[in-house]
Design a protein around this ligand. Sequence first.
Ligand code: BG6
Length: 512
Amino acid sequence: MENDLRSMPTNTPCIMVIFGAAGDLTKRKLIPALYNLKKGDLLSDNFAVIGVARAELNDEEFRRRLRDDMKHFATDKVDEKVWKWLEERLYYFSGNFTDDQTFTRLRELLEKTDQERQAEGNYFFYLATAPEYFAPVVEKLGAIGLTREEDSHWRRVVIEKPFGRNLESAKKLNQEIKQVLNEDQIYRIDHYLGKETVQNILVFRFGNGIFEPIWNRRYIECVQITAAEKVGVEQRGGYYEGAGALRDMVPNHLLQLVTLTAMEPPISFDADAVRDEQAKILHAIQHPSPEEAAERVVRGQYDAGEIEGEKVPGYRSEPNVASDSTVETFVALKLLIDNWRWADVPFYLRTGKRLAARDTEIAIQFKRAPFMLFRNTPVERLSSNRLVLHIQPDEGISLRFGAKVPGPTVSIGAVDMDFDYEDYFGDTPSTGYERLLHDCMVGDATLFQRADQVEAGWSVVAPIQEAWKTAPPPDFPNYQAGSWGPKEADELLRRDGAEWEETQDVRQNRLR
Ligand code: BG6
């Protein structure tokens, strides 16, 4: 996996077909990402986009809408020349995804556009639709021959999350799409892997000699992964009622962070070499019994509260949410990985909406020094070394160690050594989708999920889903908006003699 896109084959002629082109993802992420790719000279002149959705629009209207949307969603000031270039290559096609006619007409349009743009027959279909259309669209694309590859051209399909609702539905979806596509044509996207700092975990671990020798159970006490959001469910109550925090965040985003933190060095940075190692970690995660699941997993739902001085409603009062909903908006859990590197090292994960801060980070807590040399500081008062990989919003890495507090006696204080991405590399405007779209165009699937990974991810949460089916949810709502979740999440760690690390945002506010 190279960090510099320029060192890869770029400028591949191709056509991107977006199903669900009138939706949020297209305007917020995909089009701004394509714009950024062009700005970085990473799109071929022989490139075009065909947006497909039900709404009746023509090309001109589609372009005008997206031009307006760019005012809100571009990551940088829009350069007219770059936008013009992209705009000329945007086409719109109105159709119903369940209608065979749509696909016959789409094929004609693709052939015509391909001739005009000289795209060499390379197409990728981006399914930004509701999940119930994933399998039917793939089936219809296959039936009409649009997924057939030849030596001279490739065909790929990008599938957004959620990939299934549980292990059975993920397996079923895999089976359905694999009747039409080969595994190497399927790009299951997890947008967390588009984040620079997530990609940097591998570079940090395997591009430096000093960390790997201590990256194991002999030196590491525990790993804590937090993905905290200040926002509530916003306008997505309908979706969230069928999902909840566990499904929404754990088998995908949080397990990506676990696997990248815990995996063995791959034998190369080939897509399958990296993904094999990630999959091994997923398979090594202990499956708890229902009793263990009840002990190791905490769920919560937010009540009304205050965030940044503003009153916000509880989850049950959000639009499209049942007034007696038992859906969780917070989950904290303890995972154990049964292998030689990690046996007995707890991985604590927590994620939730309407928490006190927006912070995603991985904190690696090292074991304390074995005995105390300094008379005035008992060993249990020494803070342990901690390495934090900040994923967002402030991207960086910090290392905490003990230092002598100046003065005539020896007393030890904890200090942080900080690396901030922006300070070193400047601000690179990005939506997080540039790398993923580009990788799909050049055929690098490293940052996409293979079928076995997705299924293994679901099988990690399956025992929890199972346990929750029979155990009634705790008294919801059980945490206030603007807090750090239910008190049981603290108890989960306290039982092991640990506590949640302060996240970057909290730390910075304390120091201010
Ligand atoms: C999405 C979830 O996949 O990820 C959302 O469906 C969540 O509920 C989002 O808010 C978080 O992503 P990010 O990039 O904002 O941290």
